[in-house]
Design a protein around this ligand. Structure first.
Ligand code: ARG
Length: 588
């Protein structure tokens, strides 16, 4: 992963502080070439030390041949007057610099956020971003791994779209290969072609199991299956028609899940690249990258070895002449860079596929399909979902849980909670809120941990109203709105007419946190980590609760200024949740 810092959002406060530090360095050390400066600014860990902290002096002692303390003092002299946002800065410890912002600056920053639809966030440049996510396999059920890919991929897509990037959401369905030969041959053998039309995905999965058993036991059937693959690839009419049916049945089942999750995808499965596989292999051969090993065409790459210390190849053509997952991904990366003209490729799959992608990327580099100076390419790996027993998540029967059931259970459990909290509501409202809460809880729980960690799936925990959960954030939004409602002033009329005053420390803390929304999004996209957003929202909601505890809104002298802070909080919470794919409700 190549973190691109502040490429997309240049007007965050953090980016502003970095700019101020850089120009102070240039002024304080005019003899040093500008490229050599190390600009390091972070958020402060403690409020008492100001809002931001600069660690550049520590990092540049060697370069400038001076003690960090001396360097820090020189930086501070310039920095304290460098930017209108800075109230003061001071040196701490061996050479840290603490930066305190002017409350007026924070207040006007929040006002600007309120005045623009997109919180005054401007993305640097519109780029084409291809996000490959979800990508289940036809004639199989979607499993929790695909759920994670769907939720994480959708969140990243939403953030990029919010930043006005040109996003292509691709569902790289596993819709090609040997298993289809098996199904096509099996359907012929058992005369199922007619019945197929009415089958559900579960029936298809059962049929696949039977076909596979036969395939493993019966040499004749194996042969027929292989011929069926050839027929399919050659465009045989019946084979294509059956294959098409299999895809339709599966996609219908997936659609139910996507609709429930409110996720959009463009279906472009492995079959899409079929016509390009031959020419891809040929091209790689012509470039001298291919070695034949045990009859298979392989690309050997530096640094990839098996457990037995043997070189590990990327196999682009099997010894029987067939193409595979690796071949398809080579054709895919080429298509996305050259035809889609992507600036950034993102692949969201479980961490088990990391090696595959590292090899594909390196092969693409060697084949000159990918120029890292021009295109950013990321595999976005994630960990496993565990059951309460700490083992891979499964249902009682031992089968991998069907996703649709899992989502429905979350909604049902949310319904119990919503109903007991609000017995007087109409059934319709109870159902609506339960759906938002149930689905929101599943998504939030998935996104709120570091994506590479495994996590334990617990309905009970994800539906809690306290802690880092969807319910807590959704509820904070409801609360902010109810405060506004109670005061009864039309907040929109205050924006731009009433000045935000930050007097109480809780007001300042809230304004600071709100103003850090752009840098939270910047961190999310540079590291491709959705939990940067959940962490941010959780902290914002807690600070908002502190503000509400400490600062009376209704009837206070500061009422209107505080209403504006409340309004901005409500908007940021709603927007933040929407980037996670979580819906807000009016009451809970
Ligand atoms: N179908 C694959 C799976 O279920 C994921 C595909 C990911 N995308 C890709 N371009 N390889 O594991």
């Amino acid at each position: 992963m190549q973190p691109l810092k502040h490429q997309e959002i240049s007007d965050s406060i953090l980016a502003k502080m970095e700019k101020a530090v850089l120009s102070s360095l240039i002024k304080a050390f005019p003899e040093t070439p500008k490229e050599q400066f190390i600009v390091e600014v972070t958020k402060s860990t403690q409020d008492a030390f100001g809002e931001y902290q600069c660690n550049s002096a520590m990092k540049m002692a060697k370069l400038l041949r001076a003690a960090p303390l001396q360097i820090a003092k020189k930086i501070v002299e310039v920095l304290s007057v460098e930017d209108e946002a800075i109230e003061s800065c001071s040196v701490a410890g061996p050479g840290f610099i603490n930066i305190t912002l002017r409350p007026e600056f924070l207040a006007s920053y929040v006002t600007k956020m309120l005045r623009s639809k997109k919180f005054n966030i401007h993305a640097a440049k519109r780029k084409k971003i291809v996000i490959d996510f979800s990508s289940p396999n036809i004639a199989k059920e979607m499993h929790v791994g695909h759920l994670r890919s769907t939720i994480i991929g959708d969140c990243l897509a939403r953030v990029f779209e919010f930043l006005d990037q040109d996003v292509l959401r691709i569902n790289h369905l596993g819709d090609w290969g040997t298993s289809f030969g098996m199904l096509i041959a099996y359907s012929e053998k058992l005369n199922l072609d007619e019945k197929l039309e009415l089958m559900s995905l579960s029936e298809l999965v059962a049929m696949y199991r039977q076909a596979k058993t036969l395939f493993d036991e019966d040499a004749d059937f194996k042969k027929q299956s292989q011929l069926a693959v050839v027929a399919l690839q050659g465009g045989d009419k019946r084979a294509r028609a059956i294959w098409h049916l299999l895809c339709e049945i599966s996609k219908k089942a997936y659609k139910e899940i996507y609709d429930l999750l409110d996720v959009r995808l463009i279906d472009r499965g492995e079959s899409y690249y079929n016509d390009r596989l031959g020419s891809t292999v040929q091209d790689l051969e012509e470039k001298g990258l291919v070695t034949v090993s045990n009859g298979a065409k392989c690309i050997f790459l530096d640094g990839f070895i098996t457990k037995e210390n043997e070189p590990l190849p990327l196999m682009i053509q099997k010894s029987d002449g067939g193409y595979n997952y690796d071949t398809t991904d080579m054709a895919t990366i080429h298509q996305r860079i050259f035809e889609e003209k992507a600036d950034h490729l993102v692949y969201v799959t479980d961490a088990g596929q990391s090696l595959h992608f590292q090899m594909v990327f390196q092969a693409a580099l060697k084949a000159k399909y990918w120029d890292p100076d021009k295109v950013r390419v990321d595999h976005v790996p994630f960990g496993v979902v565990l059951g309460q027993d700490g083992k891979k998540f499964r249902t009682r029967s031992g089968e991998t849980e069907k996703l649709i059931d899992l989502l429905q259970t979350a909604i049902d459990k949310a319904y119990e909670i919503v109903k007991s909290r609000n017995p007087d509501w109409s059934e319709k409202e109870q159902r609506e809120v339960s759906k938002a809460l149930g689905i929101g809880a599943v998504k939030y729980a998935d996104l709120s941990g570091h994506r590479q960690s495994d996590y334990v799936f617990s309905y009970e925990r994800m539906l809690r109203f306290d802690g880092n959960t969807a319910a807590f954030i959704m509820y904070s939004f409801v609360r902010a709105n109810s405060i506004k409602r109670k005061v009864g002033v039309d907040v929109d009329t205050l924006i731009g007419n009433v000045k935000i005053e930050l007097v109480h420390p809780s007001e300042k803390a809230l304004a600071l946190r709100l103003a850090q929304f752009p840098e939270c999004l910047d961190a999310c996209i540079s590291e491709l980590l959705p939990n940067r957003i959940t962490d941010y929202l959780f902290c914002l909601a807690e600070i908002f609760n502190g503000f509400f505890r400490d600062c009376r809104v209704e009837g206070s002298l500061e009422q209107n200024s505080r209403l504006l802070l409340t309004e901005c909080t409500a908007r940021v919470l709603k927007q933040g949740l929407s980037l996670l794919g979580v819906k807000t409700v009016e009451r809970m």
